[in-house]
Design a protein around this ligand. Structure first.
Ligand code: URA
Length: 212
């Protein structure tokens, strides 16, 4: 698994304000949106394109356009929805699939409660949106779901990641057998006893959607 921490002063600046407990929900949503666009720029460095020629007012010009099949963006409900607009700003023509995952508090296993995805994902570049890579359980389950549909090119975009979650994900992915890339704004210190990222930014879903 390849983990890419985006090292850019604007990324750090926006993330610092997101972490701040004084930041209200409207500001949090706006900054998360802007941060995702910056992360998406890095995450799509390998997006597949094909050659095209256009006519400028002066002459023909060779360039590129997104290849087919178009990439698939998959926000994980609920908090991943808050990352969708920031991603679509860069890739307005891509297809969006949805995955609802819930964690059983007794077994701690993540399961799927809703999905709206194409049946065959082979040959598609898939971008999963999940703000917090904490224990890695939800992301691992989402990746397995996509791989079961044939996906073999998966990038996860996360606002924050914890070392424990990355290690768990790496172990889980060994069984899945598909290389995965994680693009994040920061690798934080650790998880606390409740599975929250430290220092983190709290519950991303609650902060996005104004739940106190
Ligand atoms: N999910 C969150 O929203 N925040 C964390 O710190 C961990 C998981």
């Amino acid at each position: 698994m390849d983990v890419h921490v985006v090292d850019h002063p604007l990324v750090s600046h926006k993330l610092t304000t997101l972490r701040d407990t004084e930041t209200d929900s409207p500001t949090f949503r706006r900054l998360a949106d802007e941060l995702v666009t910056l992360l998406a720029y890095e995450a799509t460095r390998g997006v597949r394109v094909r050659d095209v020629t256009v006519q400028t007012p002066v002459s023909p010009a060779h360039g590129v356009t997104l290849a087919h099949p178009k990439p698939l963006v998959v926000p994980i409900l609920r908090a991943g929805l808050g990352m969708l607009d920031g991603m679509m700003r860069l890739l307005p023509t891509v297809e969006v699939g949805f995955l609802g995952m819930v964690r059983d508090e007794e077994t701690l296993r993540a399961s799927t409660y809703a999905e709206r995805l194409p049946g065959d994902l082979s040959g598609r570049q898939c971008y999963i949106l999940d703000p917090m890579l904490a224990t890695g359980g939800t992301l691992a389950a989402a990746i397995s779901f996509l791989v079961d549909r044939g996906a073999d090119d998966i990038t996860a975009i996360c606002l924050l990641a914890a070392p424990e979650g990355c290690a768990n994900l790496e172990t889980g992915l060994a069984e899945v057998g598909v290389p995965v890339r994680v693009v994040t704004a920061a690798m934080d210190e650790r998880l606390d006893e409740n599975g929250y990222i430290v220092p983190g930014l709290g519950d991303a879903g609650d902060r996005l959607y104004g739940v106190a």
